[in-house]
Design a protein around this ligand. Structure first.
Ligand code: GLC
Ligand code: CA
Length: 547
C-alpha cells in the first residue's frame, strides 16, 4: 500500500487556477495544462475543490448533483483526461466531497419542498411561525441557521448559507446515498478525498437554545456540535462502506477534535488517513461575527504548532497548512503587517513545511501570493464575507468599517486567480476573470519566479526536494518534533529526530537574534539568505532568517 505520509499535497481551486476557453473561469483542461508545472514543483497529490453541478453560491460547496461535472468546468471526458495525464506523471487525484449539506437546488431538496415525505426526511426540519426561528443558533456564515420554507410551512436547518441545507444523517437512506456517491467516484480511479465540513454531521438533539456570549468563546452552533455524541458511528460506517474497499487516502475537515478522539480519527484504521491541523487558526467562532476576530502573534503561532504536535504524538499525521481557499493568504495573516517580504515568506514556508505531518500547498502559496487590498463591496464574491458584512452593519458599524472588518478574512483573498505571468489578467484568462486579479501580479507571478533562483517558488522546490532527499526523508517524514528554546520570544525552532538530528531555526521577527546552537552545525541544508556560514555554536540570526 502506498505510504501517504511521505506525500506533498497541492490544493487546486479550479475556478481560479487556469482558464483555457476564455470564459473567465478556470476549468479542468486548465488543470491538465499545468500538470508539468506541478510535476516540476514535486507534488504527489492534487486535491481539487468541488467542480460538480452547482449554482455556485458557495463556489461549488453547494452541490446540486454529486455525479455530474458542472459544464462550466468541463466534461467527464476532460476529467478522465486529467486523471490519465496526472497518472502518467505519478500525480494522484483527490476530490472534495461535501456531505454535510446539499444545495437547495439539489433534486432531493426540491422533492422535499414539493412535499415528498421520503425526501423531506433527507433534511432537518422544525415547526415554527415564519417570524420566529426555532432557536438562537447562528449560521457559520452569519444569520440564523433556520430558513423558513413557505412551501411546506416549516424551517429547515443550514449551518452554512441558506442555500446549503443540512442533510439528515440520522436517516439511514441518506447515509446510503453518501456511500454510493463515494464508491461511484472511487470506481473512476480516484486516489482519495478531502471530506468537507464533516464534523458537522452529528447534531445534538433536541434543537434547543444555547446561551450566547459564553466565556469559552464558542458559538452556539459549535457548542451544540461539541455536545453531540456519536459522530464516530457515522464516520466509522463511512470508512467501512465508503473508503475502505479502495484504500482511499482521506483528509477530514475536522475542527475542535478532542484529544481522546484522535486515535479513533487518524490512528491505525481510523476514520480518516489524516485531518488538518487548524490549530493556528485562532479566529474564535463567537456568535458576534468577524468583527470580533483577532490576529495571531508569532509566539502564539509557535505555541499552537507545538501543542498540536504534543497532542497528536504518535497517534497519526496531521495535514499542515498555512492557508487554503477559506483562509487569508498565510503570509498576510501570520507575518506581522509591514514585514511581508521575500525572507519572511520563506521563513514561514520552512517552519510549517518541515514539521511532522503532510505539507499541503494551496495554489499560489508557492509564489508567495498575498491578500487583496480592501475592495469595494460590489467586487466581493465570497458569500461568507457578504453575510458577515451584513452582520457588521447590523451591529452598528458604518459600511466603511464593515468593509475593513471583512477584508482580512474575506475568502476572496485566497481565491483570486493564480498569477501565472505579468501579462493581462496575470495570464489566468484571455477573457474577463470571474474575480478580481490581485493588482500585485506584475510583481508576483510564476513566470518571473521560474527565472529567479532566489524566488519563493525556487525555495518551495528546494523544500520539497529536501523532504524527498533519500538522506533526510526518513527524519523529515517520521522523525519526532522536539522544540528547541521553546520559550524564547519570536524564535521558532525545533529538532526533527529520527535517523538524523536536524535542527530548524526560524527568527520570527525583523530584528536580529543571537542563538547558541546545541552543538556545532555540520551542514546547512537550506537557508533564506545567501552565503551563510556558521562557525562554532554562536549564531546571529538575521531578520526572518531560517535554516
Ligand atoms: C468548508 C469549505 C468551505 C465551505 C464550507 C461549506 O468549510 O472549505 O469553503 O464554504 O465547508 O461547505
Ligand atoms: Ca473556462
Amino acid at each position: 500500500m502506498y505510504d501517504f505520509r511521505k506525500s506533498v499535497v497541492y490544493q487546486i481551486y479550479p475556478k481560479s487556477f487556469c482558464d483555457t476557453n476564455g470564459d473567465g473561469l478556470g476549468d479542468l483542461r486548465g488543470v491538465t495544462a499545468k500538470l508539468d508545472y506541478l510535476k516540476t514543483l514535486g507534488v504527489d497529490y492534487i486535491w481539487m475543490t468541488p467542480f460538480f453541478v452547482s449554482p455556485q453560491r458557495d463556489n461549488g460547496y453547494d452541490v446540486a448533483d454529486y455525479r455530474n461535472i458542472d459544464p462550466r468546468f468541463g466534461t467527464m471526458e476532460d476529467f478522465e483526461t486529467l486523471c490519465r495525464e496526472a497518472k502518467a506523471r505519478d500525480i494522484r487525484v483527490m476530490l472534495d466531497m461535501v456531505f454535510n449539506h446539499t444545495s437547495t437546488e439539489h433534486e432531493w431538496f426540491q422533492k422535499a419542498l414539493a412535499g415528498d415525505p421520503k425526501y423531506e426526511n433527507y433534511y432537518i426540519w422544525k415547526d415554527g411561525d415564519p417570524d420566529t426561528p426555532p432557536n438562537n443558533w447562528q449560521s457559520k456564515f452569519g444569520g440564523s441557521t433556520w430558513e423558513y420554507a413557505p412551501q411546506v410551512g416549516k424551517y429547515y436547518l443550514h449551518l452554512f448559507n441558506k442555500t446549503q441545507a443540512d442533510l439528515n444523517w440520522e436517516n439511514p437512506e441518506v447515509r446510503e446515498e453518501v456511500y454510493k456517491n463515494i464508491n461511484w467516484w472511487l470506481d473512476r480511479g480516484l486516489s482519495g478525498f478531502r471530506i468537507d465540513a464533516i464534523i458537522n454531521i452529528k447534531k445534538k438533539l433536541p434543537y434547543k437554545d444555547y446561551p450566547a456570549d459564553r466565556s469559552d468563546g464558542l458559538s452556539c452552533v459549535d457548542h451544540m456540535l461539541a455536545d453531540a455524541q456519536g459522530v464516530g458511528e457515522f464516520l466509522g460506517e463511512m470508512r467501512d462502506r465508503g473508503f475502505a474497499s479502495h484504500e482511499a487516502f482521506t483528509v477530514g475537515e475536522v475542527f475542535n477534535e478532542k484529544d481522546e478522539e484522535l486515535p479513533d480519527f487518524i490512528g491505525d484504521g481510523g476514520y480518516f488517513s489524516s485531518i488538518f491541523n487548524f490549530s493556528t487558526n485562532v479566529w474564535g467562532g463567537s456568535d458576534k461575527g468577524w468583527y470580533d476576530c483577532k490576529r495571531i502573534t508569532p509566539d502564539a503561532y509557535k505555541k499552537c504548532y507545538f501543542d498540536a504536535q504534543k497532542k497528536i504524538g504518535d497517534h497519526g499525521f496531521y495535514s499542515n497548512i498555512i492557508e487554503n481557499h477559506d483562509q487569508p493568504r498565510g503570509v498576510s495573516y501570520y507575518i506581522p503587517e509591514g514585514d511581508v517580504c521575500l525572507e519572511s515568506k520563506k521563513m514561514l514556508a520552512a517552519l510549517y513545511f518541515l514539521m511532522r505531518g503532510l505539507p499541503f500547498i494551496y495554489q499560489g502559496q508557492e509564489i508567495g501570493m498575498e491578500n487583496l487590498p480592501v475592495i469595494p463591496i460590489e467586487q466581493v464574491d465570497d458569500i461568507s464575507a457578504l453575510d458577515q458584512y451584513q452582520v457588521a452593519l447590523d451591529a452598528g458599524f458604518t459600511s466603511e468599517e464593515a468593509l475593513k472588518i471583512i477584508s482580512l478574512r474575506n475568502r476572496d483573498n485566497a481565491r483570486t486567480p493564480v498569477q501565472w505571468s505579468a501579462e493581462k489578467n496575470a495570464g489566468f484568462t484571455q477573457g474577463t476573470p470571474w474575480l478580481i486579479v490581485n493588482p500585485n501580479y506584475t510583481k508576483i507571478n510564476v513566470a518571473s519566479q521560474e527565472q529567479d533562483g532566489n524566488s519563493v517558488l525556487a525555495f518551495y522546490k528546494e523544500l520539497i526536494a529536501l523532504r524527498k532527499n533519500p538522506d533526510y526523508k526518513e527524519t523529515f517524514v517520521y522523525g519526532d518534533v522536539i522544540p528547541f528554546e521553546e520559550s524564547r520570544h519570536n524564535l521558532m525552532a525545533y529538532h526533527r529526530k529520527g535517523e538524523k538530528d536536524l535542527l530548524v531555526l526560524g527568527n520570527f521577527q525583523k530584528e536580529t537574534q543571537e542563538v547558541t546552537l546545541p552543538s556545532k552545525c555540520k551542514n546547512i541544508l537550506l537557508n533564506n539568505y545567501p552565503n551563510v556560514e556558521i562557525e562554532g555554536t554562536q549564531v546571529t540570526l538575521k531578520g526572518y532568517q531560517v535554516f
